[in-house]
Write a protein that binds this ligand. Structure first.
Ligand SMILES: Cc1ncc(COP(=O)(O)O)c(C=O)c1O
Length: 462
């Protein structure tokens, strides 16, 4: 296997990987951990910093998975670890159902500065993305007195019973786990690459998809029974598919027309990933001329700590009765301190701008690879939310789900940590920490190019 041992390079691989220590821990993982827990690659991490992970055998990798989009501020940013250390020595837990500590209030205040919702806001802190999404549904149902929830094809909202119900991609996430929760309805997402008829404008395609939703409000559920529409402004698991601004505005108009709440699931898109603090801000006028009712957040909010939030319009958020919301750990002091420091770090270091720079460099490589390989059907970078979509035929766009796992395997051998995505498993997604240096990014792109070349060759000769 090619090795990257240049003195100037970040990636350092010595010997076969996984190495002996890693392999013995992997064997113990397999013996003790449920089979249902997938792992993308055989990295066994000992430590990490910025955009790199060092494994237990001393090999150094560049991380293009970023903890599935959790490490926008990088691995262990010193300002964040310091804040965690300071807090952990003073107070680890009280429960905000029992009492109050300042870090939870600070985090709420910080979120109210950055979440692009107009007017007074309120926040509920939670432990994970799926829990924040579930609470958004509870609040929407309580506030409207309606039960219906509308979600999208290709959506991912987590793995609890309700989260799984709202999630698409049946075979991987839902098979064998039913019955699912009731009153969840699904409509097509504006997936331009795969579903926009050729020659049709983006605006016309958005109208087509809005008409699908209008039809659902006749064929599936009455609009007066719908509490909320929950949308990922850029689908994450679905393959990094952006909803065009024209769709977002039309969706807001339609939901307003029927008194339906609109919630943006920014679990994967939030906190600078797409080149804005939140992906809804790509639609002009967000936060000034229009807004959503709730924003669901998790992942990069806390640099890897289990912390999540739902922030929304105060008049909606304050509807549920006292005692109706909460959890033992939600917004615990240590996680809150880490999240406050993370948000400060992101703002002070302009990570949203950096995401755009990373996206521009990456897209350059992607376009060159697309010219070289017929199997690359589409390339997408929304800020630093970058994906390659593979096909077996560019005309028919038949999904190619064979190449992505081969590329992840080849990339690992070249010192990269990577993950896949897509309704059909036909995408590779890049979620590099936004603190990656230009030199590291170029090094990672060169390694990835070599991995793609090797995987394409393997697929041809298989
Ligand atoms: C858009 C979106 N919503 C919700 C979730 C669920 O978050 P968690 O895994 O923290 O429960 C995810 C996780 O990938 C996600 O990408």
């Amino acid at each position: 296997m090619p090795k990257s041992n240049l003195a100037t390079s970040t990636i350092q691989i010595s010997g076969p990987i996984p190495g002996p220590r890693a392999q013995s821990i992997l064997d113990r993982r397999d013996a003790t951990t449920v089979r249902g827990l997938y792992r993308s690659c055989p990295i066994v991490a000992a430590s990490a910093s910025g955009a790199t992970v060092t494994d237990v055998d001393g090999n150094v990798f560049i991380d293009l998975a970023g903890g599935i989009g959790t490490l926008n501020a990088g691995h262990c940013p010193p300002e964040v670890t310091q804040a965690i250390h300071d807090q952990v020595d003073k107070l680890i837990h009280l429960s905000n159902i029992v009492g109050t500590y300042e870090s939870m209030v600070q985090l709420n205040e910080k979120l109210h500065e950055i979440v692009p919702i107009r007017g007074p806001k309120k926040t509920l802190l939670c432990n994970s993305g799926v829990e924040a999404g579930e609470n958004a549904v509870k609040i929407a149902r309580y506030a409207t007195g309606r039960q219906g929830i509308i979600v999208f094809e290709g959506a991912f909202h987590g793995r609890s019973l309700l989260g799984m119900t709202m999630t698409s991609k049946y075979a991987l996430f839902k098979r064998g786990f039913g019955p699912f929760a009731s009153e969840v309805y699904r409509v097509p997402f504006p997936y331009e690459y795969r579903e926009k008829p050729s020659g049709m404008s983006t605006d016309d395609f958005c109208e087509l998809r809005i008409n699908d939703l209008k039809k659902a409000l006749v064929a599936q559920i009455d609009p007066t029974s719908v509490a909320a529409v929950i949308i990922e402004p850029v689908q994450g698991e679905g393959g990094f598919i952006p909803a065009p601004p024209a769709y977002m505005r039309a969706l807001r108009e339609l939901t307003d027309q029927y008194g339906i709440l609109l919630a943006s699931d920014e679990v994967q898109t939030g906190f600078c990933r797409t080149g804005k603090m939140f992906a809804i801000e790509h639609t002009p006028g967000c936060g000034t001329q229009w807004d959503v009712d709730m924003v669901i957040m998790a992942k990069s909010i806390g640099s890897g700590l289990p912390i999540a939030a739902v922030t929304g319009k105060a008049e909606v958020m304050d509807k549920p009765h006292v005692g109706g919301l909460g959890s033992t750990f939600g917004g615990n002091p240590v996680a809150c301190a880490g999240a406050v420091a993370t948000i400060d770090y992101m703002r002070e270091n302009n990570l949203a701008d950096r995401a755009n720079e990373i996206g521009a460099i990456t897209l350059d490589y992607f376009r060159r690879w697309q010219a070289k390989h017929a199997a690359i059907g589409d390339v997408r970078c929304i800020g630093a939310m970058c994906a390659l979509e593979f096909v077996t035929d560019r005309e028919t766009k038949e999904p190619n789900s064979v190449l992505p796992p081969l590329i992840v395997e080849e990339a690992f051998q070249r010192g990269l940590i990577m993950i896949r995505a897509g309704l059909y498993g036909s995408c590779l997604r890049l979620l590099a920490p936004l603190v990656i240096s230009d030199a590291q990014l170029h090094e990672a792109m060169q390694a990835l190019e070599s991995a793609i070349d090797a995987a394409v060759l393997r697929a041809k000769t298989a």
